[in-house]
Design a protein around this ligand. Structure first.
Ligand code: HEC
Length: 184
C-alpha cells in the first residue's frame, strides 16, 4: 500500500517542486512532499518493503516451543516429575554425563554420589543428601532433571546448563545408582 505523506494539493506540490518554497504548512521536507505527489519520479523512500505496523505482528502458532528450549521452566523439582527423558543412556551420553557430574556435582555429592566431596569439612556432611539412597533411586528421571534445573534448599540450580547436558548427568546419576552397593 502506498502511503501519501503530504496533505497539500498536487498544484501546490508542483509549485513546491519548481520553487522549493512556499509549502510551510506541509509535513516532511518540501522536496520530499513534492516528490511524493509527483508519482512518475522514483525515490528510495517509497519502497515495496512492509512498513512498520502495516501488518499485524506474526506470532508463532500456539504451543510452539523455541528451538532448544526443551522442557518448560518450573519452579520446583516436582514440576518436572512427569517430563520424559529424551536422551538414551548411550555410552556417549554417559561419558558426557560423567564429565559434567565431576565438574558440577562431585564437589558436594562425592565421586560416586555417596558423599566425600571436597566441600565436606566447611560444609556439614549430613546436609548433603546421598544420591544412592532408595529415596533418590525412586525419583523419576524428570525429577532428577528438575533438581538440576531449579535446585532445592541448599542445592544450587544449574538452569544455565544446556538441557541436553542435564539429561546426560541424569543418565550418569542413574548409572552411579545401579553400580553403588544397595543402601537404606
Ligand atoms: C553446593 C553443593 C551441591 C552441589 C554442587 C550439588 N548439590 Fe545436589 N544437593 C545438595 C544439597 C545440600 C542437597 C539437599 C537439598 C535438600 O535438602 O533439599 C542436594 C540434593 C540433591 C538431590 C536430591 C537427593 C534427595 O535425597 O532428595 C539430587 C538428586 C541432587 N542433589 C543431584 C545433584 C546433581 C546431579 C548435581 C550436579 C548437577 C548436584 N546435585 C550438585 C548440594 C549440592
Amino acid at each position: 500500500m502506498r502511503t501519501r505523506k503530504a496533505s497539500c494539493g498536487p498544484l501546490v506540490a508542483l509549485a513546491g517542486l519548481v520553487t522549493f518554497a512556499g509549502l510551510g504548512g506541509c509535513r516532511g521536507t518540501e522536496i520530499e512532499d513534492a516528490l511524493d505527489e509527483v508519482t512518475w519520479f522514483s525515490n528510495m523512500r517509497d519502497q515495496i518493503a512492509v512498513e512498520p505496523f502495516e501488518e499485524p505482528a506474526r506470532m508463532p502458532p500456539e504451543g510452539t516451543i523455541a528451538v532448544g528450549a526443551g522442557a518448560p521452566l518450573g519452579a520446583l523439582p516436582d514440576d518436572y516429575d512427569d517430563v520424559a527423558n529424551p536422551t538414551p543412556a548411550s555410552e556417549a551420553s554417559l561419558a558426557i554425563g560423567k564429565e559434567s557430574y565431576e565438574v558440577y556435582c562431585m564437589v558436594c555429592h562425592g565421586p560416586e554420589g555417596r558423599g566425600g566431596g571436597s566441600i565436606e569439612g566447611p560444609f556439614p556432611r549430613g546436609l548433603i543428601n546421598r544420591l544412592t539412597t532408595q529415596r533418590a533411586r525412586d525419583y523419576t528421571d524428570g525429577y532428577l532433571f528438575g533438581m538440576i534445573s531449579v535446585g532445592r534448599g541448599l542445592m544450587p540450580d544449574y538452569r544455565r546448563m544446556p538441557q541436553d547436558e542435564r539429561w546426560h548427568i541424569v543418565n550418569y546419576v542413574r548409572q552411579l545408582q545401579r553400580t553403588a552397593p544397595s543402601e537404606d
